[in-house]
Design a binder for this molecule. Sequence first.
Ligand code: FUB
Length: 343
Amino acid sequence: QQQQRPAQSTDSAPLFEGAISQPLVSHIYTADPSAHVFEGKIYVYPSHDIDAGTPENDNGDHFDMRDYHVFSMDSVGGEVTDHGVALKLEDIPWAGRQLWAPDAAYKNGKYYFYFPAKDKQDIFRIGVATSDKPYGPFVAEPEPIKGSFSMDPAVFTDTDGTSYLYFGGIWGGQLQRWASGEYDPQGSSTDLENDSLPALTPKMARLTDDMLQFAEAVRDIVILDENGRPLLTGDHDRRFFEGSWVHKYQGKYYLSYSTGDTHQLVYATGDSPYGPFTYQGVIMTPVIGWTTHHSIVEHGGRWWLFYHDTQLSGGKTHLRNIKATELRYDGDGKIVTIHPYGE
Ligand code: FUB
C-alpha cells in the first residue's frame, strides 16, 4: 500500500499531451476548485498552492498554504478574474497552519466561506468566514465550527434551502484518528488497519440557519456497494479518501469524492442528502500529481467538472492548477467517465 504523496516530479511536457483542458489561471498555483454560480457568474474557491519549502511527508505537510484567492468567470472558457486575497492565515485567530481545500455558500444576502486549517494543537478543524460579496474579503469567526474536525468542507444547499456541510479526509486529513469519536494522536496513520472492516466514511451535518454552526450531531455517510453492503477499507479503488462534493441531478443526490491512493474521482447516488449512497462509478481517471479534487456545477444549461492537475509545474504534486471541462450524463443519469488526457 502506497503511503506517501510522491512528488512525481517531471519536466516532461509530453505527459500532459492530449490534456482535455488548460489551466484556468497561470499566474499562481491553484488546486481543489469549489465552483458555484452566484449572481449569474461562476465563482471558484480554490486552494492557493505555494512552494513553502516544507519537506514532503505522509501527512501532506508540503501542502503548506497560507491564503486564499477567489476567481470568477462569466462562463467556462471566458476570461477569469482573480479577485485577490480573500482570507489569509494571520487573520484567522484559531489557525496554526495549512489552509487546505475550501468551499463557499450564499444565504440571506451573505456569503459564507468554509475552510480547513490545523489549529494551534496541529489538529485539523473547519472554520467559517463571512462577507457581503462572493469574492470577499472574508472575516473569519474567532473559533472553528464547534464539533468540527478533519478537512475538505463542501456545502450543499438543497432545493428547499437547507444547507449541509460535508467534510473529512483520511491520512493527512486525520479522519482515521477520529475513528473512536475522540481525537487519538496515536491512531492509525493510514486507513483503518483491517481491510475487511467498513471503510471510514465522509462526515456531514446540517448547518444552522445562520450558517455558522452544525445544527445537529455529525453523522457518517454510508457508501454501499452493488449488494447493499458498506464499502470496505481494503477497497482502495472505491472507498472514500477525501474531497467530498454533493450535487443534485434529476431529483437524485450525487456524492462524489477522491479515492486518494488510487487517484480517481468517483461517485455514488442516493435519495436523501443524508444517504445512504450507492457506489456508481468513475467520474475522472487519474490526473498527473498525487491528489485529485473536484466540484460539479450547472451553468448555462450544461454541467461542468472543475478539477486540478499539475501541468503548470511540470508534475510537482504540491504545485497544482485548476481546470474545467464539461461533465455529461447518459440517459440513466450515469456520469460519463472523463479521461483527462484522452483514452
Ligand atoms: O490541497 C490540500 C489537500 O490536497 C486537499 O485538502 C485535498 O483534498 C487534496 O487535494
